[in-house]
Each structure stands twice: as structure tokens, then as C-alpha cells.
Design a protein around this ligand. Sequence first.
Ligand code: EPU
Length: 346
Amino acid sequence: MTAGYRLLADADLTRRNTFGVAVRAPLLVEVQDTAALPSLFANELAGTAPLVLGGGSNLLFAGDPDIPVLSIDAREIDILADEGDHTIVRADAGVEWHRFVMETLSRGLCGLENLALIPGTVGAAPIQNIGAYGVEVETRIHCVEAFERASGALQRLSPQDCAFAYRDSAFKRDPARWIVTAVEFNLTREAAPALDYAGLRDELAAMDIAAPNASQVAEAVIRIRRRKLPDPAVIGNAGSFFKNPIVPVALAEALQAEHPSLPMFPGSGADTRKLSAAWLIDRCGWKGAREGDAGVSEKHALVLVNHGHATGAQLLDLARRIAASVRERFGVSLEPEPRIVQGIWD
Ligand code: EPU
């Protein structure tokens, strides 16, 4: 395998999407060496805009993709700078995210502990601007290395260039332009635990830990996630299926006046608030619902699950009906968090 990539025709993607939806791609390209991308796009993939697949944990295949699928399988981790309290760590896009978090912690590097156990790859992290337990990955990113299809070259993008927002980035907004190949992170030797997310301090207290180090914060996050979220290795799912909706402050306040237990968080500016999609869906009675093999997790109302042989179209149909009932009851529109392939949301 000297080319740096491998081509597989008529590839089964069932195990390459965490929903476990059975779909096939006309061509799967596995790229082991990202230096091969210019020649790959000048030859085999010339004129095509392939679908780039990470861990498959943030997409829903509503049907067989009709375009080539490309996966970056490079998996190196390097410490690029290590001076005093400041460290820059580079990881290839194909490194499994949770393995990377644990690897940094085992090397005494802090900053990613709240993001433990998120399914997916390092390459997907900036695309989705993954976040959990009070930390969004954008705050830890030094730069993103990405292949730009139009120029045929690898570019380094600063956090500003990445235009991060809640579960959003320049990469997500323009998926045909970029292929993320590696990410550099700013980490520290000194822990600065972020413990304000509801439940995190309680979990640490239950573990009998008063002044946690970064590994202990990760352990608490892992315990909460295992309890609250279904494991994709056990039941197909893609984490939160909907984003928490950001709505005008007047609507948020009117809803909270009527429903005092509705969780509300700061929005994207002074005139908006973020509401809990899980709460809205739960109140519409969907938690634990099941139609054939498509369902809503019994553990968390925001997570759609595949009980076995659900098709992507069935899951998408269920998601649309959940969103319609939330809109009807609360006047709030929900938007899917995962990318929907071969299907349209609205
Ligand atoms: N809730 C319910 N019913 C449920 C679950 C939750 O009413 O079945 C209510 C509770 O009031 C709870 C609130 O929703 O306090 C918030 O729940 P949770 O703490 O689980 O957070 P979330 O807003 O539902 C977000 C992220 C998760 C992330 C957690 C923790 C989004 C779309 N989701 O969920 O991220 O793990 O916070 O930080 O922002 C993901 O993106 O795939 C994901 C799992």
C-alpha cells in the first residue's frame, strides 16, 4: 500500500455509522497518509465531492450514498511543544476521540477531561465543535489542518478561521470545501477544572473527591455519560439527535413562566436563550417511544435509537414527527444535530 490510500468498491457502511443503519457506498476510500490527498483528488476522485466519514457518530444515512465516501484513517499523536505549562498536541483526524482524551490525560495534559467518552474521531471534533459538561472543543483548539479541495493544498486554520459556533463551524457549513486532516490542541500541565455543569460536582462528591485532578473529572464525566446516555456499541444511536434550540428571549421567558422547570441557558447573544430540547421532547411524551425498530432512548429523550433493523428513512420520519409535536405544543422549532445524508430535513 504505497499510494497512501485504499479503494473499496460497493462498501458496506453498517459498521461505519453508529446508528448501525445498513447502507452501501459505491466507493469507499480509506486514506492512511493525508499527503496522498492532492494526488487522490487529481486522479481517482477528480471532479467528485465525496462524503467524508469520521467515526460515523454524527450522521444519519436516510439512504445509500450515491457519491464516494472517504475516511481519513491516519492515527498519529505528537506533542509539538511542551514549555512550562503550555503544550501543543497534534492528532491526526483518524484518531478515536475518547482514546485521544485518555492519552492526553495519561501524559499529564489537561483540558479535554470534560469531553471524555464522546463517540467519534479527532477530525470530527472541530466540524461539530463538540461540547459537553460546560466545555466546547473550540476553546482548546490551537489550529485545524484541512485539505482544501479547490486549491488542492493542506491549509492551517486558526480558531477564528474556523468560525466556531454552538455545534457548528466553517467546516460544517461548507462540507464540500474542506477535509479535516489533523487538529492541534492547546493543553496545560496545570489543571483548571470546569465543574459548573449541573451534576458534575455531585458526581465528584459521590466519588468522595473534593479537589479533583483532570483524570478524576474525566472519570466523573464518564460515569455520568454511562448512566445518562445509551452506548452506541450496545444500541445504535448518534448522541443528541437535536440541537438545543436558540430562541428569542421573549419566547423563552413566556415558556418558562408557563413551565417553571424548563431548563434555560444563555443563547448566542443578549436577545436569545437556549432551551433544553430533551425537556421539550420528554414533555411531549416521546421518551422511550418505539415504532418498529426506530425509537427514542429510555435513558435520554434527545437520543434516537435503532433497536436493530431500522432504516434511516424510518429514523428520519420519527425525528420529523417529534419535531412537529414540539412545534405544535411549544411553538419551538428543533433542528437535527447530525448530518442527514440522502435525506432533507425541511
Ligand atoms: N432532560 C429531560 N429529559 C431527558 C433528559 C434530559 O427533561 O430525558 C432535561 C433535564 O432537565 C436536564 C436537561 O434536560 O437537566 C439537560 O439534559 P443534559 O444535561 O443531558 O443535557 P442536554 O442539553 O440534553 C447537552 C448536549 C450533550 C451533552 C450534554 C452534557 C446538545 C444537543 N447536547 O445535552 O451532547 O453530553 O449537554 O453537556 O447540546 C451530543 O451533542 O450528542 C451530546 C450528547
